[in-house]
Write a protein that binds this ligand. Structure first.
Ligand SMILES: [Zn+2]
Length: 251
């Protein structure tokens, strides 16, 4: 795996409307910030992999030109298959185009439900079905997935391994991959979230593996996990904005 795996969602560009309930400006990265981040990565000595969740059409505008310029760039796009072709989301031909230029395509469930406590039907619909849809769209094997909301349980992973996935990208920050016990072929990969609140300074500290910055991000992630549990998704977003604003005032 790359030394550092970054998790993005939408790159805010010229898209007028996004017809996807899970989209939130909180996760958007402005196109100019994204360009600056790519310059920093190009100048760094570390191996970085970029991942993009949900399947926004902005991939074509912001990411495709980059991989065309530099085929060695590692990019991964995780698609919520029920949203393919909606306003602001990737279409099947665009997915094929990305794949042809070396962007890895993986699943991100069918309907963006949390991949936890699923029934036998739910496992089929949310883990196997999107794999089949994407394989049909790009004409090659799909063996990776990322987890909506970072959620999963052991059954999710067992089922994923059984139907042919090799990599599960989590939302847990870190540097080491883990293997599912009993399934040496299924890796769980950590990721560092980059979003609207990531300043240029935050980003460069992360790229330098600055220990204080890394610890702060881990702390925020664990705080987020418990807050999400207690407050639910909307309450969590409000708290998150508040924490971010306080940190910005303090720095
Ligand atoms: Zn998502």
């Amino acid at each position: 795996m790359a030394e550092l795996i970054l998790m993005y969602h939408n790159i805010a560009g010229n898209t007028a409307r996004i017809d996807f309930n899970e989209w939130s400006p909180v996760y958007d990265v402005a196109a100019t910030d994204f360009e600056n981040q790519m310059t920093q990565i190009a100048e760094s000595d570390h191996q970085v992999e970029l991942t993009f969740d949900d399947g926004y059409a902005s991939m074509v505008e912001s990411v495709l030109p980059m991989v065309q310029n530099d085929p060695s760039l590692r990019c991964h796009c995780f698609v919520t298959t029920d949203a393919i072709g909606r306003a602001g989301m990737l279409t099947a031909p665009e997915l094929r185009q990305l794949a042809e230029h070396g962007v890895q395509i993986g699943t991100h469930s069918h309907t963006h439900t949390f991949l936890q406590n699923l029934s036998a039907h739910g496992l089929q619909d949310e883990i196997l079905q999107p794999k089949n849809i994407l394989e049909q769209a790009i004409g090659s094997a799909v063996t990776s997935m990322s987890l909506p909301g970072g959620r999963y349980d052991q059954r999710t992973l067992q089922f994923a391994a059984k139907v042919g996935y090799h990599q599960v990208y989590t939302s847990r920050p870190g540097f080491k991959k883990q293997s599912l016990p009993g399934h040496a072929k299924l890796d769980l990969l950590p990721r560092w979230s980059i979003d609207a609140g990531t300043s240029a300074k935050d980003f460069s500290r992360l790229l330098r593996f600055d220990l204080a910055a890394v610890a702060q991000r881990k702390w925020r992630y664990h705080l987020g996990q418990s807050a999400r549990f207690i407050l639910g998704q909307n309450g969590y977003h409000r708290l998150w904005r508040q924490v971010r604003n306080n940190e910005r005032e303090a720095s």
